[in-house]
Design a protein around this ligand. Structure first.
Ligand code: ATP
Ligand code: MG
Length: 796
């Protein structure tokens, strides 16, 4: 097939190689997890570049996370010497940001527009509601946020929303007011990044034509999770450029897996795949069926599970990797024990030589990470949490960023409100209200309204504004690091937290911000003396149409240098502005020091596309995973199952599944049934670490008595946990009573010299291996080797 194979193709299977070397036409690669979709996509970029079909500037690649974008760039540079900065590789949001920076005028945005993350957006909405006396019982801000984001994801401005009732009318009014507020303040939220750049492309012919001719190849990973607007945005690059002209001639290369579609709740549409095939008249569709990631026990588990879904396009996956270890299943008495078990297993893997960064703990909801973090912390095991409270979302960091943002844009009211009295400087709520009143009356920003406030409030606010002005002046010409240091100092933030009783952490985080800025500067490659980096090699917005510059628009460009359609006005983005953008878009993390080998903690959603040697999926309980919000209808349940499929297929060699009988969640003790997903896995791929009797106890109804989640904190369960009950009824053959002088049994009260009084929960093993699990009144639950520990029975 390939007489003179490029070294890039070595090691690829025939389907993969065929996908990599497809002609420059639209294509869809539909394939299951771990079949090499991402690898094919990356290799195709390298192959296109190497074979001279396109220059780096002619490539746009869309990834799902920033982490994935970085990884792609790393892999590319490893494959061939190429300047990755010339390529547009990033997330939808990242690319839209880049686009809007270059075309802020066409988009009607200030050059220094700031990005609101989800938190900022919510506080902006809350502020708006307060100002306009919106009843927050009827219209909770969170719900409004959901509404506004949903509209934007569907490409709808307030005027586009179909209003059928009063409630929607009111919501649309608020949406309208919110838009005006954002525009006034020069800020955009995530949805706006997308929608605004879509509109610029749609409404501005020269801009659209320019990019259509520029991006010869557009490649999209995780295509199954694109939403309506993202798809429409992509179409802008390939639509016929102008009425009557032939299509632009670029090629869209989409890869995806319908079984891994897990963002329907955020508007993702699997249907985009079918639409893509139809609307782009896709002639090349390739399936990949060989899985290179997982051992067959793991793969079989994944295949069998997903087989329970009815709505599938249908794909098979096979592996040559061999059976590998069985999937280990553990039933823990509590979430604490679950976490402890995970840590123990991790230590074992570590002893076997596995790097910590190759181990991941996955959970359905972020709230589950806390217990796990505590256990890891206690065990002295470094860990890193992805997608939890991001570094840049911590309160103290937000405060520092607000000051920094105000240097760039004094009219950012959100930021003013955040720090006008932080650290406290005697500007109370009443003074702030006064300030807001003046701003409203004169239709200006809070910053500009300051001079209109009288009395003592006026003086204090005046001082604050003066402080900002002084900082802005002082930081002119400074490096990013110097700017941040000055701001941390002059704002009084560091001093404030130093005096706080538990402020040490926060001071450290603020110092970490300086480090984050430093490494940002290094990564972005502008040296110490540079104070500005180019927005893009293309510079500023379009002013002339390509046609007016005498370009023949009927001919597609094949790798010729791009015409200077975009006049370079030398407009630049300051390092500070670039850093603030980075802070809003990047999911930073800082629990483990950079470079330290740390285990990885994340939600299943955040794990998409990643792989690890060992994966622990925790909290496999009804109501948690599948999540209670998704259990009532078939679509919801199928999405949960796809999520479980994603989780399982992250593992290369080892997979561990755990659930707990009791769990403290959101301040409530919950007694959950184990997840139905266990019943959908092939029994011969599993190894149950809890006695099988226990499981029979479970299915025999030992659990059914207690209302799930009904009991409040501290309440006693009205039933006996399954395997305790089973152990009580008849000792398991595999776990006979230990051969010791004392006759211990589950439920027995005991005394230990060091841990005091407790109650035996379970007994496992025999002879010298026998161990007892004891819940001590003061020291929690412990496993003790009976050959060592002295347990004295206490009469009840
Ligand atoms: P997911 O659906 O989870 O995103 P994917 O289809 O994108 O998975 P990749 O991440 O590209 O799969 O590949 C999975 C693993 O298999 C990677 O470690 C990759 O390097 C490896 N792999 C892919 N193709 C081959 C091959 N032909 N030979 C050896 N290893 C391969
Ligand atoms: Mg992938």
């Amino acid at each position: 097939l390939f007489e003179d194979p490029s070294p890039l193709l070595v090691g690829l299977n025939p389907e993969q190689a065929a996908a990599v070397t497809l002609p420059a036409e639209h294509a869809l690669i539909l394939a299951g997890a771990g079949s090499g979709k991402t690898r094919v996509l990356t290799t195709r970029i390298a192959w296109l570049l190497q074979s001279g079909q396109v220059s780096p500037g002619g490539i746009m690649a869309v990834t799902f996370t920033n982490k994935a974008a970085k990884e792609m760039m790393t892999r590319l540079t490893a494959m061939l010497p190429v300047n990755v900065r010339g390529m547009w590789i990033g997330t939808f949001h990242g690319l839209c940001n880049r686009f809007l920076r270059a075309h802020h005028q066409a988009a009607g945005l200030p050059a220094t527009f700031q990005i609101l993350d989800t938190q900022d957006q919510l506080s902006a909405i809350k502020r708006l509601c307060k100002q306009h006396n919106v009843d927050d019982e009827r219209f909770p801000p969170k719900q409004l946020q959901w509404f506004i984001s949903g509209c934007k994801e569907d490409g709808q401005r307030p005027r586009d929303v179909v209003v059928r009732d009063d409630e929607t009318r009111r919501k649309v009014e608020i949406y309208q007011l919110y838009e005006e507020q954002c525009q006034r303040e020069g800020v955009v939220d995530f949805g706006e990044l997308m929608l605004r750049s879509y509109e610029v492309l749609r409404d501005n012919d020269p801009v659209r034509v320019h990019y259509q001719r520029r991006f010869r190849h557009i490649l999209i990973d995780e295509f199954q999770d694109t939403n309506r607007l993202q798809y429409a945005w992509l179409k802008m690059f390939s639509a016929p450029p102008l009425e009557g002209l032939p299509p632009s001639g670029n090629a869209v290369f989409a890869v995806g897996d319908d079984d891994q579609s897990i963002y329907a709740f955020r508007g993702a549409r699997v249907g985009n795949m079918a639409d893509f095939v139809r609307e782009f008249q896709v002639r090349h569709q390739i399936k990949l069926e060989q899985n290179y990631r997982s051992c067959s026990n793991i793969l079989n588990a994944a295949n069998e599970l997903i087989g329970h879904n009815s709505r599938r396009l249908g794909k098979n996956l096979r592996t040559d990797a061999g059976a590998g270890e069985p999937v280990r299943v553990y039933e823990a008495p509590s979430d604490f024990d679950e976490a402890r078990w995970v840590v123990d297993e991790m230590k074992q893997l570590e002893r076997e030589g596995m790097a910590r960064s190759e181990m991941a703990v996955l959970y359905r909801s972020n709230a589950q990470s806390r217990v796990m973090e505590t256990a890891l912390f206690n065990a002295g095991m470094p860990y890193r949490v992805y997608g939890g409270l991001r570094f840049f979302e911590r309160a103290e960091i937000k405060h520092a960023l607000a000051y920094l943002r105000l240097l760039e844009n004094p009219h950012d009211d959100n930021s003013v409100l955040r720090v006008v009295n932080f650290p406290p400087r005697g500007i109370g709520a009443r003074s702030v209200e006064q300030l807001q009143d003046v701003a409203r009356a004169s239709g200006c920003s809070l910053h500009d309204a300051a001079s209109g406030v009288t009395g003592r409030a006026g003086t204090a606010i005046g001082h604050f504004v003066a402080l900002l002005d002084v900082m802005r002046e002082k930081t002119q010409g400074m490096t990013l690091k110097e700017i941040i240091e000055l701001v941390l100092d002059r704002s009084g933030l560091v001093e404030h937290f130093r005096q706080e009783r538990e402020g040490e952490d926060r001071v450290e985080n603020l110092e970490e911000l300086v480090n984050a800025a430093e490494s940002f500067v290094m990564q972005e490659g502008f040296g110490r003396d540079a104070v500005a980096l180019p927005v893009d090699e293309l510079g500023a917005p379009l002013t002339q149409s390509p046609a007016s510059q005498g370009l023949d628009m009927s001919q597609p460009l094949v790798d010729e240098p791009l015409p200077a359609v975009v006049p370079d006005t030398g407009e630049t983005l300051s390092p500070l502005a670039a850093f603030l953008t980075h802070a809003a878009l990047e999911s930073g993390d800082n629990q483990a020091q950079a470079g330290q080998d740390a285990v990885q903690l994340m939600t299943v959603h955040a794990a998409k596309g990643l792989e690890f040697h060992a994966v622990f999926i925790t909290g496999l309980e009804e109501g948690l995973f599948p999540h209670e919000n998704a259990m009532s209808d078939r679509d919801g349940l199928e999405e949960e199952r796809r999520l479980m499929y994603v989780a399982i297929t992250r593992a290369r060699q080892r997979l561990y599944l755990a659930h707990a009988q009791t769990r403290l969640l959101h301040g409530q003790t919950r007694y959950n049934l184990r997840s139905r997903f266990f019943d959908e896995l092939p029994e011969d791929a599993l190894k149950w670490l809890t006695p099988p009797q226990a499981r029979q106890g479970l299915s025999a109804g030992g659990w059914q008595g207690g209302g799930r989640g009904a009991a409040g904190a501290g309440a006693q369960p009205a039933w006996t946990p399954g395997w305790l009950a089973a152990a009580d009824r008849a000792p398991a053959p595999k776990a006979p009573e230990p051969d010791r002088g004392v006759d211990l049994r589950a439920g027995q009260k005991v005394f230990h010299n060091k841990f005091g009084e407790g109650k035996v929960l379970a007994i496992e093993g025999a002879g010298p291996d026998a161990r007892a699990q004891v819940s001590f009144n003061r020291h929690g639950v412990k496993w003790l080797a009976l050959s060592v520990a002295k347990l004295t029975p206490v009469d009840a």
